[in-house]
Design a protein around this ligand. Structure first.
Ligand SMILES: [Zn+2]
Length: 141
């Protein structure tokens, strides 16, 4: 059994590859429910970025602190939005970790819900391409 504190990323094998929405981050081994998978890292956002608050990789880490995750070392930036996600973003103040909401099998794409505000602004206008929404649209026709 793995024993670890809740917010310490484990060393699961992950891989960036093509997904339905461009590129995504995939599990290469089974990840147990509740496991801390990876930290979402970045550089401190600029005041301008905080004011606009519309970038894909911007993440609030506190009431007045934000990071910009668009840096090469941040593999977690490839995790796509899903309306039926298998992960969630969580963490102590100032940091963001991606945690498994359920058991994730090898080969599955990691996803978390980007939140209503981001969804309405950036995803809804183009049509969400997550597994749940694609299936719903398919069933309607
Ligand atoms: Zn969706």
């Amino acid at each position: 059994m793995r024993k670890q504190s809740r917010f310490a990323p484990d060393t699961f094998k992950l891989r960036v590859r093509k997904s339905a929405t461009g590129r995504g981050l995939f599990a290469e081994e089974t990840i147990p429910k509740g496991a801390c998978i990876i930290e979402y890292t970045g550089r401190p956002a600029t005041l301008e970025e905080m004011a606009r608050d519309d970038g894909k990789y911007l993440f609030w880490t506190g009431k007045t602190t934000m990071i910009n995750g668009n840096i090469p070392s941040n593999k977690a930036r490839f995790i796509n939005h899903s309306c039926a996600p298998n992960c969630e973003a969580d963490g102590p103040p100032g940091r963001i970790f991606i945690v498994a909401l359920r058991t994730i099998r090898a080969g599955e794409e990691l996803s978390y819900n980007y939140g209503k505000e981001y969804f309405d602004k950036h995803i809804k206008p183009k049509g969400c391409r997550c597994v749940k929404c694609v299936r719903m649209r398919r069933n309607r026709v």
